[in-house]
Design a protein around this ligand. Sequence first.
Ligand SMILES: Cc1ncc(COP(=O)(O)O)c(C=O)c1O
Length: 377
Amino acid sequence: MAELTVRLGSAERVRARAPVDLGAVERNCATLKRHLGRAHLCAVVKADGYGHGATSCARAALAGGATWLAVATAAEAAELREDGIAAPLLVMGALTGAELEVALDAGADVVVWTEEFLRAVEATDRPARVHVKLDTGMHRLGTPDPDVAHRLVDRVAARDGLDLVGVMTHFATADEPESDFFDTQVERFRPFAEDVKRSHPGCIAHAANSAAVLRSEAAHFDMARCGIAVYGMDPFGQNPSLRDLEPALSLHSYIADLKELTPGESVGYGRSWTASTQTRVAVLPIGYGDGYRRGLSNAADVVIRGRRFPVVGTISMDNITVDVGDAAVAVGDSATLIGADGGERVTAEELARTLGTINYEITCGVSARVPRVPLRS
Ligand SMILES: Cc1ncc(COP(=O)(O)O)c(C=O)c1O
């Protein structure tokens, strides 16, 4: 996709578009790097860069100070390599035998936590860069047994063709400031990481996600794997500007039609909203087929000409309706569903709160039907 330099939020009649500000991605990485000091920043660009576009965000993150990238799947690693991304690249997820081959073909690092998977890596008879994962309490990926982890480390280090690159863990509650389980996990990982690094000085230790980076220097170790904050969203679900993060993605549509409603008339499927006064309803050609979730029916605001207006009626697959009253708005006006216009901003965090979910799901949920438009502010 060509990189465009356009004014953020510029009015264009496109039914649904998602500008992605790569300048913001770059600056968010610089902000994270300032927190990290000497520790490396690994930008997590899985799930198409949390819905922002993996390759363009990977480039922006590297320009902003990231030196590593991480994805969840082998196919995601292969795609980045096909696009010419050469940085160290970690595939964090579980891999089948076929996926392992794809990851190694891509020259990506893989994560080992069972004897069985290490045997599969050895059986490929190919050079591989390996990270060993200790499960310190997430109880998802990783071995919970430090002795098993040490045995895997020693076997990787001793084997020709295998390179012991790192040891890692992942936090379950870094984004819950009151949780002391985070500290428990840090203290379970630390002695393991220190032991490994004593016998294998080139090996790096990494544990922190975005929340952990912002929460505690004790969790930084040699590298942090940050996703959500790279895209300018707040890992604690608060206003991103409180932590100097700049949301990179916005979501826009336009007013395709204006309907006059008299009191008692309803709008949309199921007649879930009825006008109580004479009013006008703006029809925007965007809906849950674009990832603007149906749960936002009668529960969210859209910004038009720098003013918030409420979404009224049930969100359908391809259209939403907004009560604009007698405001000076017109057919063709740009409408902002996520992002800023004038002094108003609708954040992914705000929509997530309304939906009882997290900001991650909001941007990942913007569907493939919506063109991402890379730009630079
Ligand atoms: C293993 C691992 N590390 C790091 C991250 C990045 O986390 P965040 O987006 O909260 O920074 C993720 C994302 O879920 C992950 O699964």
